[in-house]
Design a protein around this ligand. Structure first.
Ligand SMILES: *Cc1c(COP(=O)(O)O)cnc(C)c1O
Length: 428
């Protein structure tokens, strides 16, 4: 494929935008090469500035669960835009989407809308700290909760030590309040709690991790976290920015039957516009300003265009529950197809999948946490990524990402993808 115009546009962008992109993973740094500039998208396909077509497995990193330029969402946004795009005053549609979200997701009474998943997680932790009166938090290595300071902490010299900032600009003071645990290791979590008695406000977790590839929670792990939170007056925060409205109508809480105290949303809830949200039972949500003392605000929060897109998206999902089964069946079909090809070609691999989240790791050890996720062969992944791209299949440009399956994919698209895997692995 030829990427002439994309290359020229990237060179131009690099002069005025750091790295040429407004979010780092778009830059292809993990895989090499220059990013593709997208001109438009429809259904399961992306079209770039050079006129190439790709089957899309990123789907804007999750939101496009029903495909690009999905008609009911587009219509809702266009109609809303004609009536003014922001007022800084309440509108009826905010209540409509709130009512719908609260009806779809278990264990939540109220929801507050923000502009991104980052804001949702940042605000959820502030709320948990305000509610419990405790300052420390537990997060898991390999889980991503957006780019706010408290979350940019990676493993230091061992899980029981204080976190070390993994970006300049995050202060030691902030880092010391974030305790880092190992995903799927309940003893590790219990030890952290024991070592920080009465100081931990909450545990925040991706109930299915999606930012180190797809890593499912082990049987009983989420329930054990729930029990530890109950025993220690800590709140359990499910970051469902990726899993919410994807794994089921009610997200991971519904799928696994585990109650979280605060739930964070993003991605699907905005239908492709910038939306995040966090939700909880009344007792917790009433700690938020203007009712309670915990401050949180936003000039464009609950923006009419964003709410119109989100409401149209959630309405489609709510009225059409079969979509979740369909997504799961398509993803399982892809899983089987790719696994078969990799096996017959003797390519070392592990495929993880939960619902419509799937990732291919080029290592045969079980992938259960950040350490095991990091073992995959990155050179193989790079070659695989570029090979697939050349075949017209666009997967995330990083081995640490889940593929996001969209209902717009047909079985012909899936067969084409499996065929592409077959021709790519022959040259690996
Ligand atoms: C994408 C993501 C975020 C961050 O959301 P943004 O809208 O990019 O700020 C937070 N948590 C999880 C689990 C995510 O996948």
């Amino acid at each position: 494929m030829i990427y002439k115009r994309s290359s020229a546009l990237f060179a131009q962008a690099e002069k005025v935008i750091p790295g040429g992109v407004n979010s780092p993973v778009r830059a292809f740094k993990g895989v090499g090469g220059t990013p593709i500039f997208i001109k438009e998208a429809k259904g399961a396909y992306l079209y770039d500035e050079d006129g190439n077509r790709f089957v899309d497995y990123i789907n804007s990193w999750g939101p496009m669960i029903l495909g690009h330029a999905y008609q009911p969402v587009v219509d809702a946004v266009v109609e809303k835009a004609k009536k003014g795009t922001s007022f800084g005053a309440p509108t009826e549609i905010e209540t409509q989407i709130a009512e719908l979200a609260v009806s779809m997701v278990p264990h939540i009474d109220k929801i507050r809308f923000v502009n991104s998943g980052t804001e949702a997680c940042m605000s959820a932790v502030r709320l948990a700290r305000g509610f419990t009166g405790k300052e420390k938090i537990i997060k898991f290595a390999g889980c991503y909760h957006g780019h706010s300071d408290s979350f940019l902490i990676q493993a230091g010299s061992g899980a029981s030590t204080f976190g070390v900032p993994n970006s300049p600009g995050v202060t030691q003071g902030t880092a010391k309040d974030t305790l880092l645990a190992k995903y799927n290791d309940i003893d590790n979590v219990a030890a952290l709690i024991e070592a920080n008695k009465n100081e931990i406000s909450c545990i925040i977790i991706e109930p299915v991790a999606g930012n180190m590839g797809c890593v499912p929670p082990k049987e009983g792990f989420l329930q054990a976290l729930r029990d530890l939170c109950d025993a220690n007056d800590m709140l359990l925060i499910f970051d469902e920015v990726m899993t919410g409205f994807r794994l089921a109508k009610g997200g991971a809480q519904e799928r696994f039957g585990i109650r979280a105290d605060i739930v964070c949303f993003g991605k699907v809830i905005g239908g492709g516009l910038p939306v995040g949200a966090f939700a909880a039972r009344n007792e917790i949500m009433d700690y938020l300003a203007p009712v309670g003392p915990v401050y949180q605000a936003g000039t464009l929060s609950g923006n009419p265009l964003a709410m119109a897109a989100g409401l149209a998206m959630l309405t489609e999902l709510n009225n059409n529950e079969a979509v979740f089964n369909r997504l799961e069946e398509k993803t399982a079909y892809l899983h089987d197809g790719i696994a078969h090809v990799l096996q017959t070609n003797n390519i070392t691999h592990t495929i993880n999948r939960v619902g419509s989240m799937i990732s291919v790791h080029f290592d045969n050890a079980e992938v259960i946490d950040f350490e095991t996720a990091s073992k995959g062969n990155n050179d193989t992944f790079k070659a695989f990524f570029h090979g697939m791209l050349n075949e017209g299949v666009y997967i995330a440009p990083s081995a640490f990402e889940t593929w996001f399956i969209t209902d717009a994919l047909t079985y012909e698209d899936l067969d084409l993808t499996i065929k592409s895997v077959e021709s790519v692995v022959k040259s690996l």
